[in-house]
Ligand binder design. Structure first.
Ligand SMILES: [Zn+2]
Length: 321
């Protein structure tokens, strides 16, 4: 997704920020630390850019990635389910023991590397409750051609490894195992049908150079058509605040300097993936692919491991209360 925002505020020094997020982080650290120690014990803290999660670094970019200036992708229920590709959502190996035993986490890697080759399919409109929107979008990319779809799948796979080690059952909306999509309505439906305890949709933004940092997108209260987010607004905010706080702690990234007023949190009602969710769900835009400094982070395997850890810790914190 991308936003056209004010040209840019100078990045804030990380240590001096004293916004609501700082408070949230302070409140979360003790619990997070406990989880962190567990992760240390299972030995997944090399941070060295390895692709342990099985997410090989994508090596080829689509011919002409275009910035998805139209914003996040999500939209909704199609009236023609048969038009979806027949693949089934990927499921993790059986959950073992661990603090998240019995918990179901759905990870939604935003976009699909194949969307670039299926423009007619992804441009089809689906109903997101409030209105109709494209089935999916291509996503954005860095100026050098590393695509958002490659990024999201890599981070998602790293998260799966971490969360499975905690005992969670992890499902994906797509795992590079289908040629395009799914549409945003189906992405939401996968979380709903799994009765997920938490869903996180992974993205990176395509905004103007100079715009930096991450933000977490929370569902607005929407009650229109097939959309009724009222029951999930509060728990999704809780999930989102924890994800934001722990993402900061693990990556050292600052909250977005171009949206969210420095809180790292944004509420939206135009995303089908949120509008159609019946379970706690947030999106995270991990950084701005069109900014060279953020792009340097997003293209680093070591940084993606930190990002995956931060998001996963946020989920663990939410699920453990
Ligand atoms: Zn996106």
């Amino acid at each position: 997704m991308s936003y056209v925002g004010p040209d840019f505020d100078p990045p804030q020094p990380r240590r001096s920020r004293r916004g609501p997020l700082t408070v949230a982080i302070a409140a979360l650290v003790p619990g997070a630390l406990a989880g962190w120690l567990v992760w240390q014990a299972v030995g997944d803290d090399s941070g060295g850019g390895s692709d342990k999660a099985g997410a090989a670094s994508p090596s080829s970019a689509p011919a002409s990635p275009t910035a998805s200036a139209s914003g996040t992708d999500d939209s909704r229920p199609s009236t023609s389910p048969t038009s979806h590709s027949p693949s089934t959502p990927s499921t993790s190996a059986p959950a073992g023991s661990g603090p998240l035993k019995g918990k179901v986490v759905v990870i939604d890697p935003g976009h699909n590397p194949g969307n670039f080759r299926h423009t007619s399919e992804i441009n089809r409109k689906v109903n997101i409750g409030t209105n109709w929107k494209e089935c999916d979008t291509t996503g954005t990319s860095t100026n050098a051609g590393y695509t958002e779809a490659q990024f999201t799948l890599d981070v998602a796979r790293r998260m799966r490894t971490i969360l499975q080690q905690q005992g969670a059952t992890v499902k994906f909306t797509q795992d590079g195992d289908r040629s395009w999509g799914p549409c945003v309505d189906e992405r939401a439906e996968i979380g709903d049908k799994a009765h997920a305890d938490a869903v996180v949709s992974i993205h990176a933004d395509g905004s103007a150079a100079g715009n930096r940092g991450f933000h977490v997108i929370l569902p607005a209260s929407v009650h229109s058509g097939a959309a009724d987010t009222r029951p999930i607004v509060a728990p999704s905010r809780d999930l989102g605040e924890r994800v934001a706080g722990l993402f900061v702690r693990e990556t050292g990234s600052a909250p977005s300097n171009y949206i969210g007023d420095g809180t790292g949190l944004v509420v939206r009602k135009d995303l089908g993936g949120l509008n159609l969710s019946t379970v706690p769900k947030v999106f995270i835009e991990c950084g701005n692919m069109r900014d060279s400094k953020d792009a340097a982070l997003l293209t680093s395997g070591a940084w993606r491991q930190k990002a995956a850890r931060g998001i996963s810790e946020g989920i663990v914190s939410f699920l453990r209360g």
